[in-house]
Design a protein. Sequence first.
Length: 344
Amino acid sequence: MIRTVQTSLNQLLRINLPIVQAPIGDATCPALAAAVSNAGGLGMLALSLADADTIRRSISQTRNLTDRPFGVNLILEWPQGERLQACLEEGVEVISFFWGDPSSYVEAVHSADARVMHTVSSAEEARRVVEAGVDVVVAQGWEAGGHVWGEVATMPLVPRIVDVIHPMPVVAAGGIADGRGVAAALALGASGAWIGTRFLMSEEALVPSAYRELLVRASETDTVYSHVFDKGWPDAPHRALRNSTIKRWEEAGCAPSGQRPGEGEDIAAFADGEPIQRYADVHPVSGMVGDLEALALYAGQSVGLVARTQPAGEIVRDLADETTRTLEQGARLVKHEKKGPQTA
């Protein structure tokens, strides 16, 4: 039986558990999003660069696998009006924005009776997006894997944002991979947790075995925050596992773009044969061939807590159970401390 953890996020998004599967790029798929939603969390699709037909097909496939709410993430580095329209026409209930100003899109989402989530990196940014009408703020700490919007760690960022925009729900992101992390986020005042690296290891994620093996072997010290993988998305800092590409770049004195070793070299290919160059902002996905280890191995500092591949629904259930146990243990400890030592 899944233990339930109730917060304001649950009621707002009509979910059972305050657990959000981060939109982990091309590793996401309908099977993953649906499995998370079916287990009580909020599954997410990443459709920032998809065409309208792909968007509609992905949403339809997800809806065929779950009758629970799920969301779509759109990155505002690129215009998203047409993609947003397709999502809303297909009845998506939650739209998540990242990397920009969501204000011009909020009214359209609300007009479709959907909710807006937006990822921020400071209290001032949180205040601005709430004034723009956003329903849920995602506070992304520097520990996060993939593309990272700010430079403040999760621990100081979350309570600061909670204090500034209360009672607006805040979802903590960055460095969370188990129920202890979820419980810590709730203790900081967050209403939920945004989890990416742990779901890279889900059975449903479109992640090749080579990538999974590297994630399992990695420790908390094995990620690098940099701008290395910038072909396709310039000037976008990110966190990834230190691999052969990063090591060559470091050995070359962290040379700037255009002067890096192996620049312009094709090192892998998509399933359709399209080549992938070194330093591309592309992570390994199922069907790719070539030197996958040299691609962007996005992962957060929580990677050391990721130990095995599991079904996504099992991950959600484990997170919920461990969160509840952690909160109960904390309550017992506080009760004991208040009671004080026993005297004879």
